[in-house]
Design a binder for this molecule. Sequence first.
Ligand code: ADP
Ligand code: ASP
Ligand code: MG
Length: 412
Amino acid sequence: MAIIVQKFGGTSVADAEKIRRAAERVIKAVKSGYQVVVVASARGKQTDELIADARELNPNPPSRELDQLLSTGEIQTVSLFAMVLEAMGYAAISFTGGQIRMMTNSDFTKARIKSIDAKRIHQELDSGKIVTVAGFQGIDENENITTLGRGGSDTTAVALAAALKAEICEIYTDVDGICTTDPRIFKDAAKIDQISYDEMLEMASLGAGVIYTRAVECGKNHDVKIHVRSSMEEKKGTIITHEVPQMEGVVVSGATIQKDLAKISLVGVDNIPGNAAKIFARLADAKVVVNDIMQTEISPERANLSFIIGTSDLTAAKKVVENIKNEVNCENIFIRDDIAEVSVVGVGMRTHYGVAGRMFGALAETKVNIDSITTSEIRISCVVDDNQAEKALQAVSAAFELDKPTEQRSKN
Ligand code: ADP
Ligand code: ASP
Ligand code: MG
């Protein structure tokens, strides 16, 4: 029998009525002949509330204890989910991450999945049950509960779909699918029917919070077809899959905004081999995730080095650069914590020209100053003042006609 994994995000299970509606989706899949595994998030804003509870008692909660606490949100949802399924006449059993041996490393609050034992789930499915699994959590080799990072239930779902060789992984959420840009900021954003893993990886890592980056990465690596769709309405959403030739015809598939960023610049460091290696090795030791790096030679002897990080890593990164300042002979450290990044993404950029000019033109017209620019083969990102970022995203989205379905957009 084919297996389907259905993941329901926080807003889709926020209250009893919504859990019941989600359960109806599950039953529909059972009636169509699928064995169903449900992955659910904590209800509504519960994870935020648990974090606030922790901080009230300890402003710097130990990360092991924080994970132990946060994991309870998802556990509540999946047991309630199993109860409602039983009440509707369908046998169901719920599991925590630990109970299905969702093994992770010990990086509390951002653990990575190492392996999953699918045996127990298969046994329960084969006995005719619907299995509900708590998202976002795992267990390390010392039986400590870990969590996978905010938004991590998406990763649980895709990783389970891979381990169970599911036909598809459905991500049910509060929007119709993946939109060309965040509909909260550009309300006319069009829904995308199909997007490649690579484009979605870029969009997710550049701030499209609709699906978690690691979930897309896992889907790409294990060939899991992902369908992001609405939990309120029964219509087709967005399929994330391997690139197909017609995707190349679309120059810009989407635009993103990433807030809560900081930029650290090391001005005038010795222009010698090994300095960049030293700085980034120390940042890695401090577990700082670096988004973009820019280095330029300003004279044969000196170079400027800047990098962008999330503000949550700023304290750790500041400590690293202050400690290394003298070793690399840095003249000055310059830090900005009031920036955001606006990006456009599309595999079509590989074969089309003029994208950069169009983006910069839209920003100029709306009087947004660009602090710095980074690019990859399929994206262009501009760092701007955070208080101008939403305006910048709206201008860029309008310039690339992201309110229209792809076939109706002009080509240049
Ligand atoms: P869930 O609780 O289902 O996991 P999330 O809040 O994590 O839901 O993700 C859905 C939200 O992501 C949407 O409500 C939307 O505001 C936001 N979002 C940001 N960028 C995009 C995008 N490009 N397409 C769709 N939604 C987006
Ligand atoms: N409940 C967790 C969070 O709010 C995980 C998730 O929803 O995916 O981040
Ligand atoms: Mg989410």
